[in-house]
Write a protein that binds this ligand. Structure first.
Ligand SMILES: [Cu+2]
Length: 74
């Protein structure tokens, strides 16, 4: 299992948190998603056999939450 921390400036409210959590948790290989509304950080735990950070970031862009990798989180 691998964990990455992403940050998306587009996150603003509880609705964003729900949308992101639901969408990412539906992806194959994603085990856990935590969204912090204060820091706008998205912490994703996934099985690298089934998915990767590029796929996760592409998905976030698709739902209008473009994200960057938080430095030092890999
Ligand atoms: Cu929102």
């Amino acid at each position: 299992m691998q964990t990455i921390k992403l940050n998306s400036k587009s996150i603003s409210c509880e609705g964003c948190r729900k949308t992101i959590t639901k969408t990412l948790e539906r992806m194959i290989g994603v085990k856990d998603v935590q969204v912090d509304l204060n820091t706008k950080d998205i912490t994703v735990t996934f099985n690298p056999k089934w998915t990767n950070e590029n796929k996760i970031m592409k998905k976030l862009t698709k739902i209008n939450y473009p994200a960057t990798i938080v430095k030092g989180s890999k």
